[in-house]
Design a binder for this molecule. Structure first.
Ligand SMILES: [Zn+2]
Length: 270
């Protein structure tokens, strides 16, 4: 992997015939009670010792990723738009910084249908944020939830069901990673970078203690089992990872570290 370009809100890396651009949607903070132990209990203060806090709250960056190839541009997740915290919704700014026009996006794929992943599909006026994205891939288990969201009405004619093994563009394969939501999906790019959505929400705690869950997980036990499986898989395969809530620049490498793992953010020369 080679870093081609890096700015405040974006970083573009080269992977074979494709490039992947991390796009920051901004950062918010959220209560430490979102992190939960094995039985769903809130963590004791000492278990939060290494957490990345701002005024006692967990930092939560939000990111999307753009995969560009000879046959088009696939945007994976779209940020929170204006539907969640005020500090989010900066995806359009990140696209400008990365030199990508919204008209260049030819398809969108969602890791899942939570507010910080789908809301950027529509702009502030309720119109299509990516008018040339004629396909919007939504995990099949979450089609009902997507269709029930009133803000997504303009997008509905473009929706395509997404299943394990599907290729929303050449060089990108969908890999089922359920638990955080029933249809939660990761995307393997060029067989070596896994864009893994919400496998980890708080890096500073969950790499060292991957058993720690997130209170927004639909099924914490399944999310935990998937996280453990995926972490093992990326280490064994030597894949790079990219995550919607990983610390900057949102792309890096995972290594085993004692009983758990450690995340090493990408730097030039990674
Ligand atoms: Zn998320």
């Amino acid at each position: 992997m080679r870093i081609l370009r890096q700015g405040r809100l974006s970083m573009t890396v080269e992977l074979g015939d494709l490039t992947v651009t991390m796009l920051s949607d901004g950062e918010t903070v959220i209560g430490t009670d979102r992190l939960r132990g094995s039985d769903g209990e809130e963590l004791a203060p000492e278990a939060l010792a290494g957490a990345d806090l701002a005024d006692g709250l967990l930092r939560l960056p939000v990111r999307a990723f753009l995969v560009r190839g000879p046959q088009g541009c696939l945007l994976i997740d779209t940020g929170a738009g204006d539907a969640w915290h005020e500090s989010l919704g900066r995806l359009p700014e990140a696209l400008v910084e990365a030199g990508v026009g919204t008209n260049e996006v030819t398809a969108v794929a969602l890791t899942h249908t939570h507010v910080d992943h789908l809301s950027g599909l529509v702009d502030g006026d309720g119109g299509l944020a990516f008018p040339n994205a004629d396909k919007v891939f939504v995990p099949v288990e979450e089609l009902m939830a997507f269709r029930a969201e009133p803000r997504m009405i303009p997008v509905l004619p473009r929706v395509m069901p997404l299943e394990q093994g599907d290729g929303p563009m050449p060089g990108v394969t969908a890999i089922s990673a359920p638990g955080h939501t029933a249809g939660h999906m990761a995307f393997l790019v060029e067989g070596r970078l896994l864009i893994w959505g919400d496998i980890v929400h708080h890096s500073a705690v969950q790499f060292a203690r991957p058993e720690v869950c997130w209170s927004f997980d639909d099924d914490m036990a399944e999310a935990r089992a998937t996280r453990l499986k995926v972490l093992e898989q990326v280490v064994e395969a030597g894949w790079l990872v990219a995550g919607a809530h990983l610390p900057g620049p949102g792309i890096g490498r995972v290594e085993r570290d004692g009983e758990g793992y450690a995340f090493h953010p990408a730097t030039r020369g990674t």
